[in-house]
Design a protein around this ligand. Structure first.
Ligand code: NAG
Length: 321
């Protein structure tokens, strides 16, 4: 019975959001330029920029073509990381650039930044949000190209912030292989929160291992545990330490902490010890202060469940016990 009710609600909501979306589209078509219409020309709207230690500093634009890939500095023998930004952001944002720089400082990897700013820049949030599946599917075709040309699926890690987390999920879902890992950095909540209303979202079915860091749960970020391992630093909600007042008025500061913690974790010396507890209170009372797992890039892939930890308000965020 509940299922039927949900289904009816879902269909009604889908119709409603469909016409809402069409309304927005019309608005766009008439009042703004046609190029921003939500039927995307993905080849133009989504860019893959490859960064390597020996390649050009400004990166190399990779399109879905073997010829282009072959001429680039991509090396299938290296591990490959993808970084995907969120709403109102771009491949040149601090999120993508700082994570990429940290990796290349420490490791000889292929780092792809996925720039979908032509879509994510649309202020009408519904349009970028409902486009994540399309963008993810297109992104999957690049992953398939890498696999066809020697990359190992076990060495592919997608790291997505906000709406980029859901794009990573869809890319995992559409790629012909099960990618090794997806890390969701405060996966976006709005319009993904109510599963009936959404066109899917990041889930632990979309890669061999899915880990999630929640920092603005219930506002910009999702509260639900959706990965194999979900981390709730400082309880996972706004305001994260160091965020308050006007800087966190819209939870933007807290939402950003997810990628900042992740970036710091790329250094193996940084150990964000996290514990399987029932809540942050439980954590503060010293629940199971044994067998920590370490949140972030070097997380043990056997980690399962919900983990809590605390951080410092400023860099370095890690608390060393
Ligand atoms: C990929 O791995 C996940 C986690 O083990 C699993 O749930 C999912 O079914 C796998 N997908 C495919 C297509 O094999």
């Amino acid at each position: 019975m509940q299922l039927v009710v949900n289904l009816i609600v879902a269909i009604a909501a889908h119709r409603a959001s469909g016409s809402l979306l069409r309304g927005f589209q019309d608005l766009q078509d008439y009042n703004f330029d046609d190029e921003k219409a939500p039927v995307h020309n993905l080849q133009d709207d989504v860019k893959f920029i490859l960064y390597t230690r020996e390649g050009p500093k400004e990166g190399e634009l990779i399109i879905n073509s073997y010829e282009v890939l072959k001429k680039s500095h991509f090396a299938p023998t290296r591990s490959t990381k993808f970084v995907i930004h969120g709403f109102q952001s771009s491949g040149y944002s601090d999120t993508c650039q700082e994570i990429k720089d940290k990796y290349l400082e420490l490791y000889d990897y292929n780092i792809f930044v996925v720039d979908w700013s032509k879509i994510s820049g649309n202020l009408i949030y519904f349009i970028p949000a409902t486009s994540t599946r399309q963008v993810g599917e297109y992104f999957a075709s690049l992953i398939d190209l890498l696999i066809t040309h020697g990359a190992d699926a076990n060495d592919i890690h997608l790291i997505g912030h906000s709406l980029g987390a859901h794009i990573s999920g869809f890319a995992g879902e559409y790629s012909s292989v099960n990618v090794s890992r997806i890390t969701g950095l405060d996966p976006a909540f709005p319009s993904f929160g109510m599963i009936q209303l959404s066109n899917g979202r990041l889930s632990y079915h979309q890669a061999k291992f899915v880990d999630v860091i929640h920092t603005a749960a219930g506002t910009f970020g999702l509260m639900d545990a959706i990965g194999h391992a979900d981390f709730y630093p400082n309880g996972g909600v706004m305001s994260q330490p160091g965020c308050n007042g006007i800087t966190d008025f819209t939870a933007a500061c807290s939402h950003g902490k997810s990628w900042q913690y992740f970036k710091e974790s790329i250094d193996t010396n940084v150990k964000f010890a996290s514990y399987k507890c029932n809540s942050l209170d439980d954590f503060s009372r010293g629940c199971q202060m044994v067998n920590p797992v370490y949140m972030g890039d070097h997380l043990d892939r056997k980690a399962r469940g919900i983990f809590y930890l605390k951080t410092m308000p400023e860099v370095p965020y890690v608390i060393n016990n």
